[in-house]
Design a protein around this ligand. Structure first.
Ligand SMILES: Cc1cc2nc3c(=O)[nH]c(=O)nc-3n(C[C@H](O)[C@H](O)[C@H](O)COP(=O)(O)OP(=O)(O)OC[C@H]3O[C@@H](n4cnc5c(N)ncnc54)[C@H](O)[C@@H]3O)c2cc1C
Length: 412
């Protein structure tokens, strides 16, 4: 038996012994466990699972052990992720810090910052939010206006952010700020981290038509941020932002795994809802189901191939936009199919705090998944923008405006 086979067996045994059976199911949105100061567990099983994974150092299995990670190799992390998916284990905690800021800190943070900021993440102690978008600076992110003025021993931050997911529930934010108004658009930006409890930070929830929203506007009014909260070089934040966004896109191409995809078998699910005997229109639905299933398999195989290429040293990062685009568009197609198959059973709604006995949990999660599938083609950079990035940075097509090509990025 190879070392990796041995590792797989150990992982399987450990998960079998430690992941409570009640948590081997899709995660309804209201049962997601967000790490942070205000940890909230709906059940003892959730607490046990969180604590066991934390103590095993598997919140960040691939990070170095000195920063609280598990020290696993990329292959081992891949095995662990696959085994968790196979057993349908819920993620023990959700944390944007781990997904996005962590990898940037590992590359650009000082030793002091790594110890101060990474260790609490690996313990699930801090909930992070992302302060990137501003009015007029979403797709055109480098257009940000929120300023950080150097006051000697600290920065003074003024301005506002928008669409900050869970800004009112987070402990810390990583934010892009303008530190030089005279530099080029991309050259005057820095990456800061700040405590949301600082004086002058005001998150304000944005009401949505659904009556429920995770979005906030966040206002900064003379917020003092210590100098050692600057990540990387002053005015050198743009490459860090790009790296962070690549990790965001990579994480987003896996979002679905937490809810329905891979946790249920598309064909048997469709079969359960399809009236028998099948008519012509149902044959069409059948064909769509098979196409969808194939797309999902192709996507998963491509992810696997990219993982193997990454392990052999190839730069696969530039292709994250392709994966984010493919996955979010595919999710939309899949949920539209589910809606067509399930008919009104896919139109259930649950008011927060009230049971809905007319629809099963699975049916309600399809409705939520369908609504969420639209947002995923916008969050982390819209599909149109991903297509621009793919055209320019991956396919090296000529820039419309300049009429010239950009630097070629090696890809698969
Ligand atoms: C669920 C969700 C969660 C989010 N969470 C966060 C968060 O936590 N933190 C944060 O900072 N932001 C967050 N965002 C904001 C998100 O990053 C922006 O909405 C996104 O980048 C698009 O920017 P915008 O809304 O300003 O749209 P705009 O940039 O105004 O775009 C409007 C439309 O024009 C199109 N468009 C714009 N420019 C081009 C172009 N050059 N070529 C072709 N088409 C173009 C877009 O594709 C889009 O269809 C979130 C968004 C969503 C939906």
């Amino acid at each position: 038996m190879s070392d990796m086979d041995l590792f797989k067996t150990e992982v399987r045994q450990w998960l079998e012994a430690n992941c409570p059976h009640s948590l081997r199911t899709p995660t309804p949105e209201n049962e997601l466990v967000w790490g942070g100061k205000n940890l909230n567990f709906m059940t003892q099983d959730m607490r046990d699972w969180f604590e066991r994974m934390r103590d095993k150092r598997w919140f960040c299995p691939g990070w170095p052990t000195e920063y609280g990670g598990g020290g696993l190799s990329a292959t081992e992390v891949n095995i662990l992720e696959k085994e968790m998916l196979r057993m349908r284990c819920r993620p023990p905690q959700i944390n944007l810090g781990i997904w996005m800021l962590g990898p940037v800190l590992l590359k650009y943070g000082t030793e002091e910052q790594k110890k101060r900021l990474l260790l609490p993440m690996t313990q699930g102690e801090v909930r992070w939010c992302q302060g990137f978008s501003e009015p007029n600076a979403g797709s055109d992110l480098a257009n940000i206006r929120t300023s950080a003025v150097d006051m000697g021993d600290h920065y003074l931050v003024n301005g506002s952010k928008i669409w900050t997911s869970y800004g009112d529930k987070s402990d810390w934010m990583y934010a892009l700020v303008r530190t030089d108004n005279n530099a080029s658009k991309h050259g005057g930006i820095s990456l800061l981290v700040l405590d949301m409890a600082s004086a002058g930070v005001t998150p304000k929830a944005i009401d949505l038509i659904s009556g429920k929203s995770s979005f906030c506007e966040v206002f900064f009014d003379n917020v003092k941020v210590p100098k050692d909260n600057l990540i990387g070089e002053v005015n050198g934040g743009w490459p860090l932002a790009k790296l962070l966004l690549q990790h965001e896109r990579s994480a987003m191409s896996k979002f679905g795994e937490f809810s329905l995809p891979n946790h249920f078998h598309l064909k048997s699910f469709v079969n359960d809802y399809m009236p028998k005997p099948h008519t012509t229109s149902e044959t069409v639905l059948n064909a769509r189901t098979v196409a969808c299933d194939m797309e999902e398999r192709i996507f998963n195989l491509t992810v696997q191939r990219m993982g193997e290429e990454a392990r052999s040293g190839k730069d696969v990062f530039s292709t994250m936009s392709i994966m984010k685009y493919a996955h979010s568009e595919q999710e939309k197609i899949k949920f539209e199919l589910l809606l067509d198959v399930m008919g009104y059973r896919a139109l259930g709604w649950q008011v927060e705090g009230k049971a809905n006995d007319s629809f099963s949990d699975q049916e309600l999660s399809v409705t939520r998944g369908w609504l969420n599938s639209f947002t995923q083609t916008i969050a982390g950079g819209s599909s149109e923008v991903q297509l621009n990035v793919i055209a320019k940075r991956v396919l090296n097509l000529p820039d419309n405006k300049a009429g010239s090509s950009v630097k070629k990025v090696t890809t698969s």
